[in-house]
Design a protein around this ligand. Structure first.
Ligand SMILES: [Zn+2]
Length: 471
């Protein structure tokens, strides 16, 4: 009998799945995982990677970031992400004025494939223009199965959608096997509260969070859930920030509805006190919530109990010049244009979640595999190709060294934001190596692949994510 050789074996590490941690070697041939087991049982390999003392996680995914000309571009964002241990990106993109969805998807696919070092898919943001829905079926056929609607941002042209538009979109998506993502805040109420604050001269940075009360998130989540129930469309609540919203989602899940959600490091770790410290640079939507209001604890608990499926960055960096006018008026500039929302988060996502979640709060490594790999892959139609260490899956691995301690510095970052809210935070653990489709991408701080290595990932419909407590 001839033993077939494999290309690569990763040995000596603790393999992390979404439910277990066990010592095993992983054998890779071509782009796929072909065997998992004791090293002695595996075929000989051309390259052996010794991961002793490290955790071998499924390749980590960021399923919520913004890439494009006003943010980090298709070259920078994937390079920045790759250096932190991520292997797949699912950014939000927008179509151009007058473009149909299939035309936009083909254009963006070409643009991103030329520049991205990581594998990628798209979620497309739909504006309030019913004709855009005509291209939905073809775009789903091209492998873009997730679409985002904004229930707020009334002052941005066509950005906020009506409930009727939500229903029409969900109805179409339900029929096509897609999923609807929603930014859930009540835009009418937020607009009213903002205009009232401006009229009363309350326009400092710390005046912003009180114009977005927690119940406006809960109210919008409630509406999204009910329209989802009406239309039979899976609902995904992006960047959940409140305990109230979480409780509403928990109830829908208990009733058997396909309602899933994510939160972000900023809602787990930061509070509205950042507005006094960072001013417009901490203006994000939904806002950072009050300290001591119970939101942090509920959100952490939600990721542990399985009510919150995933953790993602919502990376939306802006150049400092776009934010600066917000020091004078946090809402609008001298021309009445909104001060942009958004902050950088991509380059701190994986280190913070390991350090704060696993190292500090004692969550099991499987928590990381669940909320940053398997669940995003399941919800967004990438599983089982991505998101898990299993035979036949793409050989995407994030090999994590739990030992190093280091300090977050903006100077380490590639993005355009020019700051990080986590400057000076002490971190435990870091990505040591990553593989994408069997090829080493990150190797002890250096990237071995170039922009253009990444591939577009056509995606299917959602699969139910893992539920129940992680421990
Ligand atoms: Zn976002």
């Amino acid at each position: 009998m001839t033993t077939p050789r494999v290309d690569t074996i990763v040995k000596g590490g603790q393999v992390v799945t979404s439910s277990d941690v066990f010592e095993a070697a992983v054998a890779i041939r071509g782009e796929r995982i072909v065997a998992i087991g004791p090293e002695a049982m595996l075929p000989p390999a051309d390259r052996v990677i010794d991961a002793s003392g490290k955790y071998v996680l499924p390749g980590l995914i960021d399923c919520h970031l913004h890439v494009g000309s006003e943010y980090d571009d298709w070259k920078t964002a994937p390079l920045a992400a790759a250096r932190t241990g991520l292997t797949t990106l699912l950014p939000f993109v927008t179509y151009e004025e007058g473009e149909t969805l299939p035309v936009a998807v083909r254009r963006l696919r070409e643009e991103a494939a030329a520049l991205s070092v990581l594998d990628f898919g798209f979620h497309v943001i739909l504006n309030h223009e019913p004709a855009i829905l005509d291209g939905l079926a073809e775009a789903v056929g091209l492998g873009v199965t997730s679409y985002k609607l904004f229930m707020t941002y009334k002052k941005r042209p066509k950005r906020m959608v009506s409930d009727e538009f939500i229903a029409r979109t969900m109805d179409r998506l339900a029929g096509l096997g897609g999923i609807c993502q929603l930014h859930c805040e009540n835009g009418d109420v937020l607009c009213y509260l903002e205009d009232r604050a401006i009229a009363e001269g309350r326009t400092g940075p710390t005046d912003f969070p009180p114009t977005c009360p927690d119940w406006t998130e809960e109210e919008a989540i409630n509406r999204a859930i009910l329209i989802g129930k009406l239309t039979g469309c899976p609902v995904y609540v992006v960047h959940l920030s409140t305990r109230l919203g979480l409780e509403r989602i928990r109830r829908a899940q208990a009733e058997g509805q396909r309602v899933w959600t994510e939160t972000c490091p900023q809602y787990l770790l930061l509070d509205e006190g950042e507005m006094a410290r960072l001013g417009p640079f901490a203006k994000i939507g939904p806002p950072l919530r009050p300290a001591g209001g119970g939101d942090h604890a509920s959100l952490w608990q939600g990721t542990e109990s399985g009510v919150i499926q995933s953790v993602a960055s919502d990376h939306s960096p802006r150049v400092p010049a776009a934010k600066e006018p917000g020091r004078k008026n946090i809402f609008v500039d001298d021309q009445g244009r909104p001060i942009p929302f958004g902050a950088p988060s991509l380059e701190t996502l994986a280190p913070l979640m390991w350090s704060e979640g696993v190292a500090k709060r004692g969550l099991p490594p499987s928590w990381m595999a669940r909320v940053m790999a398997e669940n995003p892959a399941r919800v967004f139609g990438l599983y089982p190709r991505k998101g898990a260490i299993r035979i036949g899956a793409d050989a995407d691995l994030t090999i994590w060294d739990p030992e190093p301690t280091w300090t977050i510095r903006q100077a380490q970052h590639l993005g355009i934001a020019g700051f990080t809210p986590y400057e000076g935070w002490e971190i435990r653990g870091r990505a040591w190596m990553t593989l994408v489709r069997g090829q080493v991408v990150l190797n002890q701080g250096e990237l071995e692949q170039k922009p253009g290595f990444g591939r577009f990932l056509p995606r299917g419909g959602p699969r139910a994510p893992l539920g129940g407590p992680v421990r």
